[in-house]
Design a protein around this ligand. Structure first.
Ligand code: SF4
Length: 235
């Protein structure tokens, strides 16, 4: 039995190994399917559905988590696919601060999405967590893509400092019992900040630079133990 699969994507033939996702199969023949929650080095979860494509079924399939099959016919830009992406992007824009998510803002333009379509609907509101010298957590900007949780868990660090909390619309990323980061298992590796697509997780130095804080002060404030050393020097 062959371990290769042949399918058609947007009218073009593609032959890829069994188990390949539609997303990767399309990329292998130069077709770019948009993604938001997907990250190439993390386990795909099909959460945002922006990569959904037509596979000839009643429901569209998330390309990042759907494996190809022999003879499959995939269409990545039908009217219905574009409409679904537009609506998903409009819902994201209506609830979340995307001002520091340039990739998503570009998609809003590409799919002719109206960020004000659902104006007046409930927005995600959260205090900004500033509880350590290394990074801030602003969940007003969080799209629940799960990347930070994955990279903190089995995909890289095995630290498990972050996870989902809450339910439904009020689902958010949190720590165990809402503890501040210094009281969790976090080792401040910075990988969650690196994979965050919206700047919901932001290096403290970047934040302080944006606030116009003097670089020497920034360095003092963001060195590990800086507060303790400053206190000891004053005594
Ligand atoms: S904080 Fe960033 S990486 Fe984590 S779920 Fe939210 S948007 Fe994704």
């Amino acid at each position: 039995m062959s371990n290769m699969v042949t399918l058609t994507i947007d009218g073009l033939p593609a032959t890829v190994p069994v188990g390949t996702s539609i997303l990767d199969a399309a990329a292998s023949i130069g077709i770019d399917i948009p993604v938001v929650c997907y990250h190439p080095h993390l386990t795909a979860n099909g959460l945002c559905r922006v990569c959904s494509v037509d596979v000839g079924r009643r429901l569209q399939a998330a390309a990042c988590v759907t494996a190809v099959s022999e003879g499959m016919v995939v269409n990545t830009r039908t009217k219905d696919v574009d409409k679904a992406r537009r609506t998903t992007l409009e819902m994201l824009a209506s609830t979340i601060d995307l001002s520091e998510a340039p990739h998503i803002l570009d998609l809003l333009v590409e799919y002719d999405a109206d960020p004000d379509r659902f104006v007046g609907m409930e927005r995600r509101e959260s205090p900004v967590h500033d509880d350590n010298p290394f990074y801030l957590r602003d969940y007003n900007k969080c799209i629940n893509c799960w990347r930070c949780v994955q990279v903190c868990a089995e995909d890289a660090q095995y630290t498990f400092a972050l996870n989902f909390d809450g339910r439904g619309f009020h689902t958010f990323i949190g720590t165990f019992m809402g503890d501040g980061m210094p009281d969790t298992t976090c080792v401040f590796c910075g990988q969650c900040v690196a994979v965050c697509p919206t700047n919901a997780l932001k290096p403290k130095r970047e934040f302080l630079l944006e606030q116009g804080v003097n670089p020497d002060d920034i360095f003092r404030q963001t060195r590990r133990g800086g507060k303790r050393r400053r206190k000891a020097a004053e005594e």
